[in-house]
Design a protein around this ligand. Structure first.
Ligand SMILES: Cc1cc2nc3c(=O)[nH]c(=O)nc-3n(C[C@H](O)[C@H](O)[C@H](O)COP(=O)(O)O)c2cc1C
Length: 302
């Protein structure tokens, strides 16, 4: 058991945003079978957004992927009637194209929560996606408003707010703005924008052109960015980026992650990877006689 923003989580292993389809019955099944300590939902916006045309996800090389789904989602109202009974926490991921729109999504969620028991009981954290690179005007385009967005959102919800950022040159500075605006922690890292060309016509393979690189290719980037943010603010971090093994998870925890998100590893290897990583990590703690709290941030020199 460990606490994040004062909330109890079974263990550090959660599923990152965009991996589990937003279908409550399916989420229930994943919770029951693989026991993630939380599922982060696909980012929801005020109104539904169509995904980009296929191809939207490609494999670049072993364990490395690139996607440009473009924040395609059914909109926040799709949560009306949402039912998840299984024993795992949910993290609501929110996006939008302006300070006002992002605030409205959270206000709408708060309305839905008053009449929906599952949303009230299961959703423990709101994650603001200010970092997806795959739709103009959304995601990373909104990161310049990090301070205002975090302030506005924090003023309309009592849930802890985490701000999800990408691995950019100004990530440490933006993390500071998020914390100043009332965020309880930072989620790191989102995908990093890349480009892949086909070798016949030399045109982009993804329909959107560019896409977000994820998986093994970005793991050391995640380690470095989480390290830098933890060192600067000693804040709570939900860490992710190319975690395929328990050793990768340990590395993120050692630089300050309290929760570890699994994303591309699930796409590449299936949900069983959650069980493998949990078992390997628990065996490590047992053999070393360590408690998780001792390991969080152990690799960051103050
Ligand atoms: C197919 C796909 C869809 C994603 N969709 C979202 C999303 O809707 N919102 C979000 O914040 N991050 C999204 N992400 C980013 C992941 O949550 C995660 O931050 C990133 O992939 C790095 O972790 P990984 O290397 O373990 O996949 C998506 C990633 C992938 C691969």
């Amino acid at each position: 058991m460990l606490k994040v923003a004062g909330i109890e989580f079974k263990d550090p292993f959660i599923i990152s945003s965009g991996i589990v389809p937003l279908v409550d019955k399916f989420m229930n099944k994943i919770c029951e079978k693989y026991l993630p300590s939380a599922i982060t939902m696909k980012t929801l916006t005020l109104n539904a957004l169509e995904p980009h045309k296929p191809p939207t996800v490609i494999k670049l090389r072993d364990g490395c992927y690139m996607n440009a789904i473009g924040l395609g989602n059914p909109g926040i109202d799709s949560l009306e009637g949402f039912q998840v009974k299984a024993d795992c926490n949910l993290i609501l991921s929110i996006g939008g194209n302006s300070v006002g729109e992002i605030k409205k999504v959270v206000e709408r969620f708060e309305e839905l929560r008053t009449t929906n028991k599952a949303l009230r009981e299961k959703v423990k954290i709101i994650e603001l996606n200010l970092s997806s690179p795959n739709r103009k005007g959304y995601g990373e385009s909104t990161s310049k408003f990090t301070l205002d967005i975090t302030k506005e959102v924090s003023s309309v919800t009592s849930l802890p707010v985490f701000v999800k950022l990408g691995p950019w040159d100004n990530t440490v500075e933006l993390a500071g703005k998020a914390l100043e605006g009332g965020a309880k922690g930072i989620t790191l890292i989102n995908t990093l924008k890349g480009l892949a060309l086909d070798r016949e016509e030399f045109k982009p393979i993804l329909s959107y052109g560019t896409g977000g690189i994820s998986g093994k290719c970005i793991h050391q980037l995640a380690v470095r960015v989480i390290h830098d943010v933890y060192k600067e603010y000693n804040t709570e971090i939900i860490g992710m980026g190319g975690v395929f093994t328990w050793e990768d998870a340990l590395e993120l925890i050692a630089v300050g992650a309290r929760l570890v998100g699994l994303g591309t590893a699930i796409i590449d290897r299936g949900y069983e990877v959650i069980l493998e990583i949990r078992e390997g990590f628990n065996t490590y703690l047992k053999e070393k006689g360590l408690k998780i709290e001792k390991v969080i941030g152990i690799g960051v020199r103050k």
